[in-house]
Design a protein around this ligand. Structure first.
Ligand SMILES: Nc1ncnc2c1ncn2[C@@H]1O[C@H](COP(=O)(O)OP(=O)(O)OP(=O)(O)O)[C@@H](O)[C@H]1O
Ligand SMILES: [Mg+2]
Length: 489
């Protein structure tokens, strides 16, 4: 094996090479972080680089001699950092518009902490490992965590370990902001049981129990706004597409795969652990359900600035009554009803009720209807808290706190939703008209078949047990007839 070159003649070469390495690292950072983040972080990294340049990066070996053991170690570290930062630039869209902030709340413009006075920084691998509590980074990473996150984890750890200094015999460990940011992103939240999953044996196993005490709660601090924004670094925001009561939804481009998604985030910060757990129920329900053509696709979720972000399939629009009220014929609504009934059958068979079926929560993508917004989803067996959705779409029994037939609540909500779509104007907030509807007293709908009107009536029967199940609904011959009519036209 080729060993390191010796002697003074290598000094100049070594210095040049060091500069090359430094330049190369800076270039990688420039490429990877994009201009905006570069502005914010370059000073931090530059500081690191500058401080490194005052000490021996490769104290006893030539930097050009990568065959030496020590250099192999350093080279490995360098490659790891490189691996992390190497997001292909060619698919990276324009950086977000505001250069000095990564978040509109300006929560991420955190000053880099002052480095402690450095007498000597040692970068040998052995010493970097010394004194760092491995347990403090030993949170288990769950299987689905992305491989890229693992490499970031490694990178962040290296960064943290590197930032250890020695002064007057005392060891000072400080953690750079960039390292904190990276660590924040890769530290998994504590493993919490998904209460929507049917398999009880899974619920009994908590492989991360050991770590509970070390990371109680959902990391209110580390998932805060003091680091890089995952939203900003992974996505390019295109436009706002929805405004719910508690959340905002944006159309985004995912930088790494070049595809469009919808990202929904809570409008206010979830400071309390209970609030965060409650918010998590939406994604737990989506994740437990798995994919179905008529349910909005779920990709990923994370906490950032104490807000929950959910990456979902992007749909074209919702059936929100104001915009599309004129478009619905009986055949149209029957098609929508048939598809949403399939979604309901799917979720009810998994023991879950949606509890917020309404036009705003039915999305359309390429003519396919999809049920979304699982923020009120609960278990049919009432083992989870029940928080009903929009009161206008709720049957009387829910308002009376009778939760015996939660699947039939969804059937009522779908019935009144379809009625609203056919009528083409919003339901009243309250009053006799709404009370009548809750009692199944529908006004006649001229121009619509009696079969259709009777179906709506039975879906909105005040007695939940008389309402059809989603499966029974799907077997209704009206859908077959509507399809034939559409074909013959
Ligand atoms: N995946 C998506 N694709 C396209 N638009 C979406 C998507 N998700 C949500 N929207 C739009 O954003 C709006 C608000 O989203 P969502 O209903 O999930 O928020 P919310 O705060 O839970 O709403 P609310 O509590 O008012 O029902 C939807 O009505 C819809 O118009
Ligand atoms: Mg909604």
């Amino acid at each position: 094996m080729k060993r390191k070159a010796q002697g003074n003649s290598n000094r100049i070469q070594k210095k040049k090479s060091k500069q090359r390495m430094k330049g190369s690292l800076a270039r990688h950072l420039t490429v990877q972080l994009g201009q905006q983040q570069q502005i914010q972080n370059s000073s931090r990294f530059q500081n690191l680089l500058d401080s490194d340049s005052e000490t021996e990066l490769f104290p006893s070996t030539s930097p050009l001699d990568f065959d030496s053991d020590a250099n192999i170690t350093d080279e490995k570290d360098f490659i790891l950092s490189q691996d992390f930062f190497c997001t292909p630039d060619y698919i990276t869209p324009d950086p977000p518009a505001v250069p000095s902030t990564l978040d509109c709340n300006n929560e991420e413009t955190i000053q880099c902490p002052k480095s402690p006075e450095k007498l000597k920084t040692v970068r040998s691998k052995r010493q970097r490992l010394d004194g760092i509590s491995e347990t403090s980074f030993s949170f288990s990473i769950s299987a689905p965590q992305e491989a890229s996150e693992l490499s970031m984890y490694t990178s962040a750890n290296n960064d943290i370990k590197t930032a250890k200094t020695y002064e007057s015999g005392k060891i000072h460990s400080y953690v750079s902001q960039s390292a904190v940011a990276l660590r924040c992103r890769v530290m998994p939240p504590p493993c919490i049981k998904n209460p929507y999953l049917q398999d009880a044996s899974i619920l009994d196993i908590d492989p991360f129990d050991n770590h509970r005490s070390k990371c109680a709660g959902l990391y209110p601090a580390v998932i805060g706004g003091d680091g890089l924004s995952r939203y900003r670094s992974d996505f390019h925001e295109i436009e706002k597409i929805g405004d719910g009561n508690f959340s905002r939804v944006f159309k985004v481009l995912k930088r790494i795969d070049g595809c469009m998604y919808a990202v929904k985030h809570s409008t206010r910060q979830l400071h309390k652990d209970t609030e965060r757990r409650k918010a998590l129920m939406e994604i737990q329900a989506l994740a437990a359900l798995g994919s179905h053509e008529n349910i909005v696709g779920y990709y990923s979720s994370w906490f950032e600035n104490e807000k929950l972000y959910i990456q979902m399939e992007l749909c074209d629009h919702s059936l929100s009554i104001n915009k599309f009220s004129n478009l619905f014929t009986e055949a149209d609504v029957l098609e929508a009803m048939h598809q949403i009934a399939k979604a309901l059958q799917f979720i009810h068979e998994q023991g879950i009720a949606h509890l917020d079926v309404k036009p705003d929560n039915i999305y359309v993508k390429n003519g396919v209807y999809k049920l979304g917004d699982f923020g009120c989803a609960t278990r049919l067996d009432r083992s989870l808290p029940i928080e009903e959705g929009d009161a206008r779409y709720m049957p009387q029994e829910i308002l009376n706190e009778n939760y015996d037939c939660l699947d039939k609540v969804d059937i009522f909500s779908m019935g009144i939703t379809i009625y609203e779509l056919v009528r083409g104007s919003s339901l009243p907030e309250s009053g006799t008209q709404l009370l009548n509807l809750r009692e199944g007293k529908l006004p006649l709908m001229p121009g619509h078949s009696m079969q259709f009107q009777n179906l709506l009536k039975v879906m909105m029967d005040p007695d939940p047990t008389r309402r059809p199940s989603a499966r029974e609904l799907l077997e209704n011959p009206i859908f077959e007839r509507a399809r034939k009519d559409t074909k013959n036209k």
